[in-house]
Write a protein that binds this ligand. Structure first.
Ligand code: BGC
Length: 768
């Protein structure tokens, strides 16, 4: 793929943008590590208004949650992703003045992120306290080929002087004093107490250990080159490289440093095996150079785009916006079956680096259909935490099955506010739903047998124990699920949340369906998991009798049993400065009103398209749109998709615009805390499930394309059961091409398109 402006992020007027925002936008990552695009001279200095640092997926510390009144079963520990020393950090010394002692003036001049290759190119202009000016250019990337590697190349050029300048490259200190703004609950509320020690090894190595979670990690830093001016001071208190230069404006000097960020180990194993781990970390950079490492990484990135790119012709800004989102998703996703995707990716400490339902419901589809091996790794993380989810269910007095945590890193519940946290038990059904989507799209029966079925079964078992058959009122005889919180966090602890019940119903049905499949594939699995006919019968019955609240008079799906008995919150007359409402009202105020933070019942309409006809969907849409604030960035994508389904193209387009550009335009005002990863996944959903209308219809995989006005083309690829299919939509027609794999029929609206390789099928669109 040629270097193409359409793959480049080049924000104008960087000087006027908040450093934290710029750090997030240009953050680099590869699922294992993430590096914010900090001011490289500031390290983790508390005086700097940004928030520099390195994040390693799954490297977190614990601290006890202090409650005024702590009840049984409340989550015990905060889990907080660690902010690690900034690998971009560099010290200068000119005229005897060091930049880490006396601040140099540094002006961000330019940043270009070429997402086609993954390279970030930055220029800074630096003025020393003695008025010497020089340009610092940085080229950096997080390797997509070797997830432990991060590389940075510095280029220094004098601008107004000739003379000596010394560069010192060493690991930065951890800043444990980062000030916190406790007024915004979405921000990380605490720093970490890390132990940072330096090892006197062949290259500067830092050993990081957490206090309570007892995790250890090695980070090595190696000069990659042979310039004799680079001196290693291995025995200094803080081992470093020192580079004494004699600069002239004509001659620049370049130096490359490779970082190897090791695996996370528990501290005991870490101490016992440190030498072996170190050897492994160092070996990764052996005989490597900037070019060799970059070529390997760029080749992998190219492959990513080949499978995952989306073309939007006719709107260059959206084209860029969507690529920005897709690449950030790729950078954020854990790939080792032990880590997931934090809500902020690896770009910030917002939400403490926790994993939520965001992965399964918003981000996983993109990976399932374009990078299925990553989707499998992400579900693998859930499978790895199944035992913890089992323990949690027991703690919650649920005798069988599992309860996954609402927010977590290590698999234990970390939500200190249970009404809008732990009570979102729909997370269980979300994981089951996503597991089914993965198996359906890939046909991966190995995964079904080795992990998928257990995930679906154990989550199904939970519902039978959590819910019950009602004896009174309109619910009598039905299976009900009381006291839950649905996706909408402005309505908590309700009975029969439509979304939760519909998802639980699906979860139960999936367990029955896959048990039947396993009976043929691996009957011993059913025996080992103690699945009985009686249990499957109970699943079937509860699903059939599941209560789904509905108002006959208004012909409306109800968010919960009591939804219409609450007064409507006057959203229209609320001052704009009061949004998001969560920062201005006590939860109990919001809970008493009909006011939604995000799509809830509509989320169910989105996920189960064949449940309702268009008239029903339109009624649901109009009603819920009127009470939704979109205070959560997870909301607009769903409204965009459903607007397409009810043929409201202007709305679909407007909601999509906000979704696609949420972080680039700082729509939520908090991008400095990290990207809104679920929303980024939502932008792919809006394109593929919305404008291309992809869904499982009654006949099979179906598309209902509708291009927004002004767009000339929307094109993307999906993988489906060993095939790759390209979908190419224009205003008047849509073309389906089977790029690889066995012949297959997709549906465009009602029209079957029998696909075989080299035989694209074009369908004329009615909306032409
Ligand atoms: C949303 C949740 C989401 C969480 C993390 C909250 O604001 O309401 O649905 O899981 O953010 O992104």
């Amino acid at each position: 793929m040629a270097a193409d402006e359409q793959y480049q992020i080049h924000l104008q007027q960087l000087k006027h943008k908040a450093p934290g925002f710029v750090e997030t936008i240009y953050a680099l990552g590869n699922g294992h590590l993430g590096v914010r695009a900090s001011n490289p001279l500031q390290g983790n200095s508390p005086a700097y208004p940004g928030n520099p640092g390195l994040y390693v997926n799954g490297f977190y510390d614990l601290s006890p949650i202090t409650y005024g009144e702590s009840y049984f079963g409340y989550a015990r520990n905060n889990q907080t992703i660690c902010e690690l020393p900034d690998p971009r950090y560099l010290i200068f010394s000119v005229d005897g003045v060091r930049s880490d002692e006396t601040p140099y003036q540094i002006e961000m001049v330019d940043k270009t992120w070429d997402m086609a290759s993954g390279l970030l190119l930055e220029t800074f202009h630096v003025t020393t306290p003695t008025a010497k000016k020089f340009a610092l250019t940085m080229e950096s990337f997080a390797s997509q080929a070797e997830r432990h590697i991060y590389v940075v190349r510095y280029d220094v050029r004098a601008l107004n002087f000739s003379g000596p300048l010394t560069l010192i490259k060493r690991h930065a200190y951890v800043n444990q004093q980062i000030p916190r703004d406790n007024a915004d609950v979405r921000r990380a509320q605490r720093g970490n107490q890390l132990t940072q020690t330096y090892l006197h090894t062949a290259v500067p190595t830092m050993q990081l250990a957490t206090q309570k979670s007892q995790l250890g990690l090695l980070v090595t830093m190696e000069y990659l080159g042979s310039d004799p001016r680079v001196q290693l001071n291995a025995d200094a208190d803080v081992p470093n490289y020192e580079i004494a230069l004699d600069l002239t404006p004509e001659r620049s000097a370049q130096f490359t440093f490779g970082y190897s960020v090791g695996e996370i180990h528990n501290l005991l194993a870490f101490k016992l095996n440190q030498a072996r781990y170190l050897e492994k970390d160092l070996a990764r950079l052996n005989d490597e150079s900037f070019t060799s490492l970059f070529e390997a990484s760029a080749a992998r990135t190219k492959q990513f785009w080949q499978d995952s790119d989306v073309l939007i012709e006719g709107d260059p800004i959206l084209q860029k916006g969507i690529r920005f989102n897709l690449y950030h998703l790729y950078q954020a996703a854990g790939r080792d079956h032990r880590t997931d995707i934090p809500a902020k990716g690896l770009t910030g400490s917002g939400y403490e680096g926790h994993y939520f339902w965001d992965t399964e419901m918003y981000m996983l589809p993109f990976f399932i259909y374009t990078q299925p091996q990553i989707a499998k790794a992400l579900l693998g993380y859930r499978y790895a935490t199944l035992p913890a989810a089992g323990q949690r269910a027991r703690e919650m007095a649920i005798k069988s099955g599992v309860l996954f945590p609402w927010r977590t890193i290590n698999g234990e519940e970390a939500s200190a506010y249970f009404p809008a946290g732990t009570a979102q038990v729909h997370i269980n059904a979300d994981i089951a739903y996503a597991t089914d989507q993965y198996i359906r799209a890939t046909g991966d029966t190995d995964f079904l047998q080795n992990a998928g079925f257990e995930l679906i079964l154990e989550t199904a078992r939970f519902w039978i124990a959590y819910g019950n058959y009602a004896k009174h009122g309109p619910q009598a005889g039905h299976f009900v699920i009381n006291r839950v919180t649905g996706p909408d966090e402005y309505t908590a602890l309700i009975d029969n949340n439509y979304y939760t019940n519909r998802m639980a119903q699906q979860n139960l049905r999936l367990a029955v369906k896959y048990a039947a499949e396993l009976r043929k594939l691996a009957p011993e699995k059913l025996t080992s998991l103690a699945v009985t006919e009686e249990e499957l019968g109970a699943f079937k019955q509860a699903a059939a009798k599941m209560y789904l609240p509905y108002d006959q008079k208004q012909q409306l799906k109800l968010q919960d049993d009591n939804a219409l008995n609450r007064p409507r919150f006057d959203i229209k007359n609320e001052p704009a400065t009061n949004f998001p409402l969560l920062l201005h009202y006590h939860p109990l105020v919001l809970y008493r009103y009909q006011v939604n933070k995000q799509a809830d019942t509509l989320m169910s309409d989105f996920l189960f398209p064949v449940d309702q006809d268009e008239a029903q969907l339109r009624r649901d849409y109009n009603y819920y749109e009127g009470i939704t604030t979109h205070d959560s960035s997870l909301s607009r994508a769903i409204f965009s998709i459903l607007a397409n389904r009810i043929h409201e193209p202007a709305k679909a387009q407007a909601y999509f615009l906000d979704t696609a550009l949420t972080d680039l335009t700082d729509l939520q005002g908090n991008s400095e805390d990290g990207i809104h990863a679920a929303n980024m996944g939502g932008s792919w959903l809006s394109l593929v499930y919305g404008f291309a209308g992809m869904h499982y219809g009654n006949a099979g995989l179906t598309f209902v394309p509708q291009l927004p006005t002004g767009w000339l083309r929307l094109a993307f690829k999906i993988k489906y059961r060993g095939r790759q299919i390209q979908i190419d939509i224009h205003q008047n027609n849509a073309t389906f091409t089977l790029l690889s794999g066995e012949p297959f029929t997709v549906y465009c609206g009602q029209a079957p398109c029998a696909l075989s390789q080299q035989m694209p099928v074009t369908v004329k669109l009615n909306n032409a």
